[in-house]
Design a binder for this molecule. Structure first.
Ligand code: PLP
Length: 391
């Protein structure tokens, strides 16, 4: 059977064999509950989780007390946004975010808006970046939180956080950066020193699905983030529920695996990224979206005018695993809100592809991807009368 080259690492990553293997004993042999404090089964689970958490914290360059396990980045985002909103409501009900956030942030913000909070959505420019001047003007005494996507999951653009952090903190507000896509792709330890909250998800870094983290820089903030999953008193009352030993062990192994030799991997991916962009730009009128410096080394976002997005994706499906960056909301298919926020027309946003690479992407995969996409785009244009008439 034909295995299409995988160019969707920003959606999820495979678990390497060594990650799967370290998890296995904790499903059967060492199945104890970390909260069982009166027998060796529980003691083993507890100490295993402590060791895994120490390894994760060390890799991130933070203290273990700053970390809370969740089911993934979506839950972490809910915990941070709704938690800060509740915790800070006496100070104010104004939150600033951007129009190019992940849906998890945007949907939490809509929920908070329905519950009496005021949300300001900052515009982004053609590269997906906000204006710090506008941020400065938008901050108010009642602004409790600024929520900014650090590395964009669709375009890979990276938002410089130094100035954003300076302005936010000078205003007495808290800063949350969605670092889900940055982990394991760029060095982020310095970013964690700038922000008050961040979030992570194991399945984006070669770990298992269903486990993530809230990072809270200041222990006092973490301790006072109100819990919204009650029961059992685990994780210092912050998130109830039995801790998932195999997934935590897998997360720790994956993170140390991905962070090992990260700089070499970044350099390797940059070469593949450059070749992929060069190959795709050889297609007539193709444009690369968002080339900020720095940006994620694994992501390429490209648009093809005179191409129907849905037909292109149909032609590619089965041949190559890519994403088109458009959001499917049950019945309605809408163009990517990230691209439209960047000023790209709806029709061009549909005719765009996100290709995201990772540890197992080879130069041959890149050459194949270029050929597959080139062929699909030219076939479509052959049948497009507007392409014929464009001159
Ligand atoms: N934030 C960003 C930037 C993402 O890319 C994703 C997943 O695509 C999430 C949050 C949600 O992550 P999870 O799948 O762990 O809920």
């Amino acid at each position: 059977m034909y295995t299409p080259p995988y160019f969707d690492y920003n959606a999820t990553t495979p678990c390497p064999q060594e990650v799967v293997e370290v998890m296995l004993p904790y499903f059967n042999e060492h199945f104890g509950n970390a909260s069982s404090s009166h027998h060796p089964y529980g003691w083993l689970a507890k100490s295993t989780i402590e060791d895994a958490t120490t390894a994760i914290a060390k890799t991130l360059g933070v203290a273990t007390e700053c970390l809370i396990y969740t089911s993934g980045a979506t839950e972490s985002i809910n915990m941070i946004l709704k938690g800060v909103a509740r915790q800070q409501q006496a100070k104010g009900k104004h939150i600033i975010t951007t129009k190019a956030e992940h849906k998890a942030v945007l949907d939490c913000c809509s929920f908070l808006a329905e519950n009496g909070y005021e949300i300001t959505y900052l515009d982004v420019d053609a590269n997906g970046l906000i204006s710090t001047k506008t941020l400065q003007k938008t901050l108010r005494p009642d602004t409790i939180l600024v929520a900014i996507l650090y590395a964009n999951n669709e375009t890979g653009n990276i938002q410089p956080l130094d100035k954003i952090a300076e302005l936010t903190h000078a205003n007495g507000s808290l800063l949350f950066a969605d670092t889900t896509q940055a982990l394991g792709k760029v060095v982020i330890s310095s970013v964690l020193q700038l922000v008050d909250f961040a979030c992570f998800s194991a399945h984006k870094v070669y770990g298992p699905k269903g486990i993530g983290l809230v990072y809270s820089k200041d222990n006092e903030n973490a301790a006072s983030l109100p819990s919204f999953i009650h029961g059992g008193g685990q994780q210092k009352q912050q998130r109830g529920g039995t801790l998932n030993t195999p997934l935590i062990v897998g997360f720790a192994k994956a993170l140390t695996w991905v962070e090992h030799n990260l700089n070499n991997e970044i350099a390797r991916l940059k070469i593949l990224q450059q070749r992929l962009e060069e190959g795709l730009l050889a297609i007539d009128l193709a444009t690369i979206n968002s080339k900020t410096n720095p940006r994620l080394p694994n992501t390429v976002h490209v648009s093809f005018p005179y191409v129907d997005g849905a037909t292109l994706l149909n032609a590619l499906s089965g041949k190559i695993a890519v994403s088109n960056g458009s959001a499917c909301n049950s019945a309605a298919v809408t163009p990517s809100h990230v691209l439209t926020a960047m000023g790209i027309s709806s029709s061009l946003a549909f005719a765009s592809l996100r290709l995201s690479m990772g540890r197992y992407t080879t130069p041959t995969d890149v050459e194949n991807a270029i050929e597959i996409i080139k062929t699909a785009v030219s076939k479509q244009r052959e049948n497009n009368i507007l392409w014929e008439r464009r001159k």
